[in-house]
Design a protein around this ligand. Structure first.
Ligand SMILES: Cc1cc2nc3c(=O)[nH]c(=O)nc-3n(C[C@H](O)[C@H](O)[C@H](O)COP(=O)(O)OP(=O)(O)OC[C@H]3O[C@@H](n4cnc5c(N)ncnc54)[C@H](O)[C@@H]3O)c2cc1C
Length: 366
């Protein structure tokens, strides 16, 4: 979100700003929430239809960025939301496709098995198949946003941590491990560390550890490549979701959505446990049995969750003219980053909002 904000604020146009970006590490890095080589982008948004126009704008902006850097950032795979017809996932996805006329097909379990032999849903499950869904390559996306921003004049201070900040009528002051900076405005986008940058959020946000895993297919490798295997969300129990991504040469990726345990972002055990590995192995065995060969790699990533699992994108409650707050993204923010960067630019420049932002307001926690 920080890289996207820097990128958006330095794009040509009347809203362009002189920007200094500060990160305690050197993005892209593997210590926050944006690593792991792939991220799902999807439009049949089960979480809430209000996200659909935002992701549509993000699609356009990712494309534009991709053209500017001349490297692939997105790969279309199509997307499936699979679960019981009356479950949260299928109902939510259908509400979004209906509200915004998202091109889609409804498939029975047998239809899913026929079209995508790698996927083996239970008979009582159905699928919402969407055309435009696919995969973003997050490290490449971050590199692209930062390189474009630097080209446009942004100054990037990496491996430099913000220690404190304060705001007054005439501007903001930021103290880091290397010095002090003054600016007219400040955007806080600390991901899992937002509680340190904005202590008011400590009681609201929960940072959770989310393992991700890659498996070598046991057989039928051809069923799991990006041409034959859509990104898939599975409601495998009531309100319990896991997701799978096709094999880009490094294995089929799978992870459980939420269910992680709360952690301090400065003390994260980066090894997955036997029970975490076993949970995903078992889910894959049940729903994509041929994909479940050797577990070749696991990583740990962090979600920063709000109580309602919607984002925070808002002005600061006390320093509204000076400070914008962005993240937490509750485990589903990456796909929106370019569009969120643009919303941040609107908030910084005081422009009229492009979307109804009430779902993302800080006041909802009062
Ligand atoms: C396993 C996993 C799978 C996911 N899958 C998807 C998906 O398929 N699709 C999707 O859309 N989203 C997905 N997400 C969610 C998405 O990746 C995150 O919502 C998004 O990347 C969060 O971005 P962020 O900028 O808030 O956090 P980060 O990218 O972690 O950035 C926060 C930055 O703030 C910096 N920082 C923190 N404190 C300081 C400080 N004091 N001084 C300076 N810098 C500081 C950190 O170094 C870090 O670089 C997934 C997340 C995980 C963990």
């Amino acid at each position: 979100m920080g890289s996207a904000s820097v990128y958006s604020l330095t794009r040509p146009g009347p809203h362009r700003r002189r920007v200094l970006g500060i990160d305690r590490f050197a993005p892209p890095h593997g210590l926050g929430s944006s690593h792991g080589r792939t991220r799902i982008i999807r439009e049949a948004y089960f979480e809430h239809p209000a996200y659909v126009p935002v992701v549509r704008r993000a699609f356009d902006l990712w494309r534009e960025l991709e053209r500017s850097v001349g490297r692939p950032l997105y790969r279309k795979t199509r997307g499936l939301n699979i679960g019981p017809e009356d479950g949260t996932l299928v109902r939510g996805a259908r509400a979004s496709v209906a509200a915004f006329k998202v091109p889609h097909q409804i498939l029975s379990a047998a239809g899913i098995r026929r079209q995508f032999p790698g996927l083996q849903p239970l008979d009582e499950m159905i699928g919402v198949l969407e055309e435009r869904a696919g995969v973003l390559f997050p490290e490449e996306c971050i590199r692209a946003m930062l390189s474009q921003a630097a080209k446009a004049g942004a100054e990037l201070k990496l491996d430099e941590a913000v220690v404190s900040w304060d705001a007054a009528d005439d501007g903001v002051r930021v103290t880091t491990t290397a010095g002090e900076y003054r600016a007219k405005q400040l955007v806080l986008a600390g991901g899992a560390w937002m509680g340190q940058l904005m202590p008011e959020l400590r009681g609201v946000l929960s940072v959770v550890r989310q393992p991700i895993h890659w498996f070598d297919p046991a057989s039928h490798d051809e069923d799991f490549g990006p041409d034959r295997c859509p990104v898939t969300l599975w409601e495998y129990g009531p309100n319990r979701v896991f997701y799978t991504l096709p094999d880009f040469g490094d294995g089929v990726k799978a992870g459980v959505h939420y269910e992680g345990r709360a952690v301090d972002p400065d003390r994260v055990d980066r090894q997955t446990s036997t029970s975490e590995d076993a949970q995903v192995t078992d889910l894959l065995r049940r729903f994509m049995p041929h994909a479940k060969g050797r577990l070749r790699e696991s990583q740990v990533c962090l979600y920063t969750n709000t109580p309602d699992l919607h984002f925070i994108v808002d002005v600061h409650p006390v320093h509204a003219k000076r400070v914008v707050v962005v993240s937490a993204c509750s485990g589903h923010g990456f796909k929106f980053a370019t569009a969120v960067g643009e919303i941040v630019t609107d908030l910084v420049t005081g422009s009229a909002p492009r979307y109804d932002l009430s779902m993302f307001r800080l006041t909802r926690f009062q």
